[in-house]
Design a protein around this ligand. Structure first.
Ligand SMILES: NC(=O)c1ccc[n+]([C@@H]2O[C@H](COP(=O)([O-])OP(=O)(O)OC[C@H]3O[C@@H](n4cnc5c(N)ncnc54)[C@H](O)[C@@H]3O)[C@@H](O)[C@H]2O)c1
Length: 273
């Protein structure tokens, strides 16, 4: 892989993260934008883009879309807390389908959209590195830890180049206290994913993708060493606009309101049903 992205497939192309990833890959040899949905309103195809409507549960559709690709950026899935069976199907089986289709098609590199929530139960006063064990803050985080493990397996067993990008909070700008630590600007999101597609020498790397926020609690060295990307934005520039006195900084899990029993209970099976 050189510094310029070649033919690249992006799953989950109608979603929020894909909009930033597409900007980072605008000079790709070709971009295959795959989603089960049609393009979002306002989408205008560039000359190097093809939109493919397909479900990642369909191996034949993936085989067709992945043929001749240099990389797959896998974003499709459920992006938040949900019942575990739904997350296992969408995020774990879905990632397996993508990795397996990439292996069969001979695609050398797969970039996985992982999440900070795979480690969201570490406390806010701890700087977490990509080498620390998973500590999910919910079933969603469990599904992302499992998806990363599948990526590692495909790297070790089959030599697939896999980059697991642990996305922070992708927002136009930070709007709440937690974002002062977790914000990922669209520009940095584009930069991390472009690097994950093009960086030389990747075997397996897991890296936090977060802007260079002064108050971040994730270590950026894996992204710098493994992907060669150093983020440029800092949520601190918006700190004055964010209401103070937020209990988030008083301790507790990095997942904030996403962590804890209150976030999980609505998604547990009801034995009375
Ligand atoms: N947005 C964030 O800040 C954030 C943070 C951490 C991780 N992530 C991860 O990044 C990825 C993208 O998140 P997002 O915020 O863009 O979510 P999103 O819901 O906006 O987009 C997901 C897209 O995937 C598509 N999709 C879902 N299941 C599919 C299937 N079976 N086949 C084909 N397409 C399918 C949906 O139609 C949707 O367009 C997810 O894996 C999410 O877990 C996002």
């Amino acid at each position: 892989m050189t510094g310029t992205p070649g033919r690249t497939v992006v799953t989950g192309a109608a979603g929020r993260v894909a909009a930033a990833v597409r900007e980072g890959l605008r000079d790709a040899g070709h971009l295959v934008l795959l989603d089960r949905l049609p393009p979002p309103p306002g989408y205008r195809a560039r000359g190097n883009e093809t939109w493919v409507r397909a479900d990642i549960a369909d191996p034949r559709a993936l085989a067709e879309a992945f043929a001749g690709a240099d990389a797959v950026v896998h974003l499709a899935g459920i992006p938040d807390e949900a019942p575990l069976p739904d997350l296992l199907r969408a995020n774990v089986e879905g990632t397996h389908n993508v990795l397996e289709a990439a292996r069969r098609a001979g695609v050398p590199r797969v970039v996985l959209a992982s999440s900070n929530r795979a480690t969201g139960n570490y406390p806010v006063d701890r700087t977490v590195t990509a080498a620390d064990p998973p500590r999910p803050d919910g079933f969603y985080g469990v599904s992302k830890a499992a998806a990363e493990a599948l990526g590692r397996l495909y790297a070790d067993a089959f030599g697939l180049q896999v980059a697991a990008v642990r996305i922070g909070s992708l927002e136009e700008r930070p709007t709440e206290a937690r974002h002062l630590a977790t914000w990922l600007s669209p520009r940095d999101c584009a930069g991390f994913f472009r690097a994950a597609v093009t960086a030389p020498g990747v075997t397996f790397v897991a890296a936090y993708a977060v802007s260079a926020n002064a108050r971040r609690f994730w270590d950026l060295s894996a992204g710098e060493a493994g992907l060669g990307y150093r983020p440029v934005d800092d949520a601190e520039a918006f700190a004055a606009e964010i209401p103070g006195g937020d209990p988030f900084w008083d301790g507790g899990p990095q997942g904030g309101a996403y962590a804890g029993p209150g976030a999980l209970l609505p998604h547990l099976p009801d034995p009375g049903r």
